[in-house]
Design a protein around this ligand. Structure first.
Ligand code: GLN
Ligand code: ZN
Length: 778
């Protein structure tokens, strides 16, 4: 039944069900296929997305949501924000300049540490920096904007894709990254320069593109302004008024849907509601409580796009509960006054549950990926238009799946719930304060000053990856694979001894990924075959799905630690991924608060920590690489998050004796605003990334008088460059000006898995020599 209610996805995944875009891109990049083939693949993917959405009943079908790499990069290329080093001389921007901005222009693509927030580096022209898109694991390319920045319309991609869809008989609603989001995400190397001040120069380009879209026949355009989910300064809110005042007048007949998502509008609500736009999208999954205020403040003629189906998670919606909330809105505003939409673009969810033939049928029935979410949207709209009776069969199927999930014994484990109820203060506190532990650890471990260590992984060579995939395909027996891994581990231990590292690691050769490796051994986790989501460019990930109560049936790392320790007399650190990082890199169940899920994981990791200690490990590292990136978008929400994140770390790490040294590692060091939380974790040793900032970021630790031990990274592992002894010694001197020398450890910035042995060997030899220099000076 056709409904007159608008139904919108706001954007869909562009990678293809079988990762067609990845393979086309990589084939083009490696010179194996011509540009024409890449363009054909892209055109076919766009067409398939449009037709699929139309056939599934989506009425506000997006265009220009496709990108070869990233929509922010597309916007930079559309407005002529192309830094001089790319050698662009005006006119249409060639594909190779576009990819140079994305990846650098020549030489091998440098280390990407899997979950990187760093820009990549290349031997030729460097790429734009990249960083995480709000609180997702998607990375965008950071626009480089200068005070003298000029803008001009340098790509008409939005118009071309609108016309491409039109030629297929599909009328679309083009999507643009909004001018304020673009500017606010941009950065300038000029100190103190705020790119948002470039607004007046940028607006003519947006006016131009809107005029062209209207001329091509567009009647609506969707402008994404996720910065509305951040704390904005008064000038920034004023900039919204200026921008949308002008854009609304730019093209008569072209309606603007302003798209806000990833959180409520908060203090920006009044600003958003006062803008002269025709439509406003709101994220009612993240901020359900804001609906009343929005309804009270919205002009009667404003179309409200209600983001009710979760665009950030993979669970089937509770359709009846959504209808309970939107039916009164429909009654109040009428079908023409609302739109039923995903909470944000479906870019962040995988495409189709039907491909997951290996999942347990009950679990599969609880899931909704992109195309299943489209069906949910049309079901909601049909029930609104024709009454719930009109959609009865679909509503019943949805309710049945939800009931099966709520009752499933695979989801609810009384043992885990019992342990959760038993968490008490004692479980979150080490036996003695740090000062006391430190003496006992020093007496037991007998390490030199400036002890040297690494962060955990050693190069995952082609040979290691090949052995893993041959084992996965059944071509290499378990016994042979195990023997191979042991041989790699033993050789790495031997080499670390030879070069004189003080605290050794086993090298993590058995791990595919620092989260997946643990998820695969924990109860309550599931893994998919095809549920890829874009992380950056052609790099996609399949996040684990946490569907049930989490527990650890068996030790996960003890055998590897034990083997490594059996071949050396030097201490080998146990190596674990922390609960917050496991949580932040997974799709998390939505029937429990995230903090609760995290506590369950913390109990499982605690079990592993105590088993490692029992096996004899005197040092155990619990990596929390993703703790900081999990910070909520708004400052007001930080405390709640940090409270449970710190509590979880303490649950994991407090079950051991005072003599046992707990390490943690974080892949960044901007701790200014959260240093008290970092201190509250009370790890005996923390290793962080500091080489690029030349230790400046240690200032936060200095002003806080951080008492525990710190290993500030002295070797930038994101670059193939081998640092000299002198450079690293100098960094250590800079560090000891800020932190007492007796608190310092010597280590690289992060794990070495993406580097080559040829780079790692001399770099670590130099690092050990640098530590020795410091010992002599001390
Ligand atoms: N122990 C992990 C490694 O060395 C840590 C990785 C990370 O922090 N991203 O690979
Ligand atoms: Zn790291």
């Amino acid at each position: 039944m056709p409904s007159e209610i608008s139904i919108a996805t706001l954007g869909v995944s562009r990678i293809g069900r079988r990762r067609e875009l990845k393979f086309a891109l990589e084939s083009y990049w490696s010179g194996k296929s011509p540009a024409a083939e890449l363009l054909d693949t892209a055109r076919a993917l766009r067409a398939a997305n449009w037709i699929e959405q139309r056939d599934r009943g989506i009425t506000a079908i997006p265009s220009n949501d496709f990108s070869f790499y990233d929509q922010v990069l597309d916007t930079a290329v559309m407005v002529g924000a192309i830094p001089p080093r790319y050698g662009w001389s005006g006119g249409a921007v060639p594909l190779d300049i576009y990819f140079a901005m994305a990846r650098g222009s020549q030489g091998d693509v440098a280390a990407d540490c899997g979950h990187t927030h760093h820009g990549h580096e290349h031997h030729g022209v460097t790429a734009l920096e990249m960083t995480k898109w709000f609180d997702t694991n998607y990375h965008y390319m950071v626009p480089e904007l200068s005070a003298g920045q000029a803008f001009s319309l340098t790509s008409t991609k939005p118009v071309e894709e609108f016309l491409e869809a039109k030629a297929l008989g599909v009328h679309t609603r083009p999507v643009l990254v909004g001018p304020l989001t673009f500017l606010k995400l941009g950065k300038s190397s000029e100190p103190g320069f705020d790119p948002v001040t470039l607004l007046a120069k940028l607006l003519p380009v947006y006016e131009d593109i809107l005029g062209r879209l209207a001329a091509a026949g567009a009647d609506w355009v969707q402008i994404d302004e996720p910065v509305l989910a951040l704390d904005l300064a008064p000038e920034e809110r004023e900039a919204f008024r200026v921008a949308y005042g002008r854009l609304a007048a730019a093209a008569p007949g072209l309606n603007i849907l302003l798209n806000a998502y990833f959180d409520g509008l908060g203090a920006n609500l009044g600003t958003a509601l006062a803008l002269p736009v025709q439509g406003l999208h709101v994220d009612l999954v993240r901020a359900p409580g804001e609906l009343a205020a929005i309804l009270d403040g919205a002009r009667p003629d404003l179309v409200l796009s209600l983001g009710v189906v979760d665009g950030r998670n993979i669970w089937r919606s509770n359709l009846d509960a959504i209808l309970d909330r939107v039916e009164p809105v429909m009654a109040r505003r009428g079908a023409a006054g609302i739109e039923i939409a995903a909470s944000c673009s479906l870019l962040h969810v995988p495409i189709d549950v039907e491909l997951e033939t290996a999942l347990e049928p009950d679990l599969r029935s609880w899931l909704a990926f992109s195309v299943q979410k489209m069906d949910e949207l049309t079901t909601i709209a049909a029930a609104l238009a024709g009454g719930r009776q009109a959609a009865r069969a679909k509503l019943d199927a949805s309710a049945k799946a939800l009931a099966s999930r709520a009752a499933s014994l695979r989801v609810h484990d009384p043992l885990v719930q019992g342990r959760m109820a038993g968490i008490d203060a004692g479980m979150k506190t080490r036996q003695s304060p740090f000062a006391g532990r430190r003496k006992l650890q020093a007496a037991k471990l007998r390490l030199p000053a400036f002890p040297t260590t690494t962060i955990g992984s050693f190069p995952q060579t082609a040979e290691v990856r090949k052995a893993r995939s041959r084992h996965a395909r059944g071509e290499l027996s378990y016994a042979d694979y195990d023997a191979f891994l042991k041989q790699e581990t033993a050789a790495t231990i031997r080499w670390q001894e030879e070069i004189g590292l003080d605290v050794l690691v086993h090298g993590e050769f058995e791990r595919n990924d620092m989260v997946q490796y643990f998820g695969e051994q924990l109860a309550g986790f599931a893994f998919t075959q095809h549920a890829w989501v874009q992380s950056y460019g052609s790099r996609y990930v399949r996040p684990p799905i946490i569907f049930g109560d989490v527990s650890r049936p068996n030790p996960m790392t003890v055998a590897w630690w034990h083997y490594a320790q059996s071949v050396t007399t030097r201490p080998v650190k146990g190596m674990l991924t922390g609960p917050v990082t496991i949580l932040n890199w997974s799709f998390v169940r939505d029937d429990l608060p995230r903090g609760e899920v995290c506590r369950q994981i913390a109990l499982a990791i605690r079990d592993e920590v105590t088993d490692l200690e029992k096996a004899g490990a005197g040092m155990i590292q619990i990596d929390e690489a993703a703790l900081r990136e999990g910070l909520p978008l708004r400052r007001a929400d930080w405390k709640t998050y940090l409270d449970w994140a710190v509590e979880c770390f303490r649950i994991c790490s407090s079950g051991v004796a005072d003599e046992t040294q707990i390490h943690t590692h974080m892949c960044y060091s901007e701790f200014n605003q959260i240093i008290d939380a970092i201190a509250a974790m009370d790890a005996d040793v923390i290793s962080i990334e500091t080489s690029r900032s030349r230790m400046e970021l240690l200032d936060a630790f200095r002003s806080f008088k951080y008492p525990n031990e710190i290993g500030p990274g002295v070797y930038d592992i994101h670059s193939p460059r081998v640092p000299e002894v002198g450079e690293m010694a100098e960094l250590l001197l800079l560090a000891s000006e800020r932190i007492g020398g007796d608190q310092l450890w010597v280590n690289p910035d992060c794990g070495l898995k993406t580097r080559k042995w040829e780079e790692v060997r001399p770099a670590l030899v130099n690092m050990v020599a640098a530590a020795r220099e410091l010992r002599l000076r001390a």
